[in-house]
Design a protein around this ligand. Sequence first.
Ligand code: ZN
Length: 490
Amino acid sequence: MKKLRRLLIRLFLFILLVVVAIVIINTVSYSSKQIDVAAVEKIQVSNDVVQRLSDVVKIPTVSYSTHVDSIAFINLFEYFDTHFPLVDSMLETTQINQFSRIYKWQGRNSKLKPYLLIAHLDVVPVEGESQARWTEPPYSGKIKDEFIWGRGTLDDKVSAMGILETTEILLKENYQPQRTIYFAFGHDEEVGGKNGAQSMCEYFLSKKINFEYILDEGSIILEEAVPGLTQPAALIGTAEKGYCTLELEVNLDHGGHSSMPPKETAIGILSHALATLQDNPFPSNISQNTQELFDHIGPEMILPNKAVFANTWLFEGILKSQLEKAPSSNAMLRTTTAPTIIKGGVKENVLPTNVSAIINFRILPGETSETVIAYLNETIDDERVKVIKQNASFSSEPSKVSSSSSFGFNALQKTTKEIFPNTVVTPSLVIAGTDARHYEAVSDNIFRFTPVQLTKEDLKRIHGIDERISIENYKTMIAFYYRLILNSSI
Ligand SMILES: [Zn+2]
């Protein structure tokens, strides 16, 4: 008996030793995926760019689902045409549905595939009560404390302006790219992009234009992105989640008087279904896209964290439970469930027969709206709860995952290292929606990345209160586009 115990202890120690050895070997051999690129000196950008961004913030191109504020967009295009004279005279423009605009910058070598830079010109409205909480009014374009304040300074007029400023500078230097470049500036991204991005994609399709790569807004350079990573992470979005809204409806034959309620009421049945979904989130899954993120940031981490990322075969559970703690990293792991509207009942003493709830899902690549519906039916498992697909303007399946070894990713990676040398560049998953999802038919390599460095606190300003960009960040963004255009010209 003693012998057997000793043998078992030895066996256990041996297995432990092997596991520890594997963990150490994997950690030591976990090699960096960061490329070795020398930092370049950023181009000097004059202060005029600051004034011009401030000027366009003052033009309130707010998106409404009911109509387009045509005057604002006309004023904005007029501003572009008068303040970027070389862009205006040397690039070809095409208006799509009046308020979206495509620019074409002809390259020297028509054998090279063109690429496309996307931005959107519309901004989200400012809710009535929140207006008073802004430090500077949202359409003031105030320049104060080294910042430019107002709607569009992060999302996403800033990108369009950055691209135009860079082009004007390059044209002044008599630069002509080898590869033709298109810009596509949409006017309705914030309400779904149907008349802007989608129509522009149809235009490109009709002209049989296919792009080497496409760059849209999406992720950013985030400070303190992941615990254990001391450098900021340059998150280049290689995919975005899908979007689907479903209604749960309970329709009973009888409502009745609230003095003699049945055992189960419509509200009770619906509540039970919602609680079941809350208790049973979609299974977590380290998708191809997230695995790539791990492989890029893992080797750059401080030691205990590096060992965890290098050994997901052993620590996957720990890693997932850590990521599940914060809503933003949880959203990278699974399709998320967000009940947003609930309806039912009209009078305090009448049992309603019909009640419903609206739930918004953000779908992980690899799943579809159909698998979401199937999961709901299976999980709720109650025939009285009907699952009905809604036709939301943002509805889309998850995007394809763009390759991190493609020309476009390499150009972005190189440029990021040149301009932001102290960052870890990594593919990532964008958990919100962008116009880029409309362009899948015209390119296999679509990236979502705005070259600005922000803190987690700053992220709340996007669609929130006190949207602003630092002058330093904006000038660096122009330096980034400048290098990107040179690096993509090959
Ligand atoms: Zn945006």
